[in-house]
Design a protein around this ligand. Structure first.
Ligand code: FAD
Length: 553
């Protein structure tokens, strides 16, 4: 087949989505003429490793290169054009206009099919002083090299991170690890925006314990020159934080300029609109990765979820579709994990706050704190978990977990079940690997399922810590007197579980009883005793471990 008759597929963007699309396409079509155009100097690099390169955990820049142009050329016969920016799409002519950034020269490249994987750009709001030297964003290897050089050149001792999301917190950890004093300024009242606030609180506590200063609920208003030539970050509340450098990590915006200029349809959230095979409004053009809008797997709403996993899967699906296969992208459920010093924080599916925002009402939440492995085996750690499920049928809607070990496994199991429309009854019945150093015979996953199924079967009624107390509310603490003395809910009545059956007369008739223990198990047992003695009571989800600080006496 001559070059003229080979189909020509051009790919814009050569990292997560673009590189995986190109490689898959080659595996499926040995004859296609495949070209990757990448604005930056590298293709297929590990964006997710950048904070760890800055933190010296990944020692060498070349360790970030997953596959270089030679591998693409030699192993896959894919032509890589680095330092080459796509500047316009002529859909009528079937041509991509590209600019060689080393020479400035432009040329047109013919295509039969075009795949757009340009990613998303870090947001730089037009705030006063935003262009001052020393204010960085992080997207690629050159950004990380610039940050490293600044730290070394200025002997930076302090940094202000603007934005407490995943990248911001990874940068906080890595800069702190290099000995910098770090402050995180975040507009919301919590770090980790995809998490519910009470779960994010565990992460905030770890950051504070590691010496990271948190300024929550305060937005950045301006950047000025500070004492000694450093940067002064001024916030809306009037507070000021000085740092030798600033990292802006307040989110990303899909790179849609090319698509928009070419008249491709965008979705309501501003990403490129595609069908479930990643085809844009022009059937010859596909789009994948952070630049596209996806369907939220749980709510069905159009969303922007910039994650590496979906970008890679979409690349593969676009290549399949280009070869006539019927692979379809199912949507994104936002499964993500972040390491914060010694802590792991992971989530999948919808959060409680997202469901409330979407005005979903048919759901229940459950907090629990199981061990990652058998308590009798040395080194057991608590996993703080929250699961969210549909009340009407137990369908799993979301889960979050924070802990020092075993978090990834639990969230991955739930993520896989959510994708298969699993229910809390499936969690209850899941058969998971077990030996004492890895789990418990009744795994954290089973516990979550059993506790949720108990609720749906009417064996226990749940109360939540955020429910305001009312006239007649009785907080019944069923822990031991020693535990009670170590901290309890203000005004609670302490009747240890072991004496409850003999002291039922002490419980005022008609009270709104909210029983609690340390993590919820004895509270559940207590409500069973009370129920069967004709006394309605609810178990406080998560027990005293989940009680907000303001309720503790
Ligand atoms: P990218 O991988 O960003 O690739 C887009 C490429 O297109 C860029 O290299 C860009 O230079 C190029 N490009 C753009 N426009 C043009 C043009 N006009 N012409 C030519 N080239 C162009 N996700 C996770 O799931 N887990 C993580 O731990 C994680 N950590 C991250 C840490 C950091 C610091 C960053 C920045 C991202 C992280 N992500 C993580 C997100 C993940 O990297 C992205 O979701 C994923 O890379 C998106 O793939 P993509 O192909 O859409 O875009």
């Amino acid at each position: 087949m001559s070059a003229e008759t080979m189909r020509r597929v051009l790919i814009v963007g050569g990292v997560a989505g673009g590189a995986s699309c190109a490689a898959r396409l080659r595996r499926l079509d040995e004859r296609a003429d495949i070209h990757i155009f990448e604005r930056g100097p590298h293709v297929s690099f590990a964006n997710c490793g950048l904070p760890y390169y800055i933190g010296d955990v990944i020692p060498r820049e070349e360790d970030l290169l997953v596959a270089g142009p030679q591998i693409f050329e030699k192993r896959f016969r894919i032509h890589v054009h680095a330092n080459t920016e796509a500047v316009a799409i002529d859909r009528a002519a079937g041509e991509l206009r590209v600019r060689d950034l080393t020479t400035g020269g432009e040329r047109s490249e013919r295509f039969d099919h075009l795949v757009l994987s340009p990613g998303a750009s870090p947001i730089r709001p037009p705030l006063p002083g935003i262009d001052r030297p020393g204010i960085f964003t992080l997207r690629n290897i050159p950004d990380s090299v610039t940050i490293r050089e600044w730290i070394a050149g200025r002997r930076a001792k302090s940094a202000v991170i603007v934005g407490g999301g995943f990248i911001g917190l990874e940068m906080a950890e890595n800069l702190a690890r290099r000995g910098l004093e770090v402050t995180v300024v975040e507009m919301l009242n919590q770090v980790m925006p995809p998490f519910d606030p009470e779960m994010a609180e565990y992460v905030a506590a770890e950051l504070r314990a590691q010496g990271v200063r948190l300024a929550l609920g305060d937005g950045v208003a301006a950047f000025e020159e500070g004492p000694g030539g450093n940067i002064l970050v001024k916030t809306a509340s009037g507070a000021e934080y000085a740092g030798d450098m600033v990292v802006l990590s307040i989110g990303v915006r899909p790179d849609t300029a090319l698509a928009k200029a070419a008249g491709l349809e965008l979705g309501p959230r501003g990403g490129i609109k595609t069908d479930d095979q990643m085809r844009t409004s022009d059937p010859r053009i596909f789009a994948i990765g952070d630049a596209v809008e996806v369907r939220d797997w749980v709510t069905g709403a159009p969303v922007l979820i910039p994650l590496a996993g979906p970008a890679n899967r979409q690349g593969r699906i676009a290549a399949d579709a280009l070869c006539g296969r019927d692979s379809k992208f199912r949507g994104t459920q936002g499964t993500a994990i972040c390491g914060i010093f010694e802590l792991q924080a992971a989530a999948t599916g919808a959060s409680e706050k997202a469901l409330r925002r979407a005005e979903f009402t048919d759901f229940e939440t459950l907090a629990l704190h199981p061990n990652n492995h058998a308590g009798y085996y040395p080194g057991a750690e608590k996993i703080h978990m929250k699961i969210i499920f549909r009340t009407s049928d137990g369908l799993l809607l979301g889960a979050q977990a924070v802990g020092r070990a075993g978090v990834d496994r639990r969230i991955d199991v739930i993520a896989a079940l959510i994708q298969k429309h699993g229910t809390v009854f499936d969690l209850e019945e899941s058969e998971l690997c077990y030996a004492p150093q890895f789990g418990t015979a009744k795994d954290a996953i089973n516990f979550a399922g059993m506790a949720a199924a108990n609720v749906l079967r009417g064996d226990v009624a749940l109360a939540h810590w955020h429910e305001p107390a009312q006239e007649g509310t009785l907080f019944l603490d069923v822990r031991s007197p020693e535990e009670f003395a170590g901290g309890h809910v203000a005004g609670a009545l302490n009747i240890p579980l072991e004496t409850l059956r003999d002291r039922l007369t002490e419980i005022p008739a008609g009270a709104d009883i909210r029983a609690y223990c340390a993590v919820g198990i004895r509270g559940y047992l207590a409500t069973r005793v009370l129920f069967q003695n004709g006394i309605p009571a609810r178990n406080l989800s998560g027990g005293f471990h989940s009680a907000p600080a303001k309720m503790r006496a």
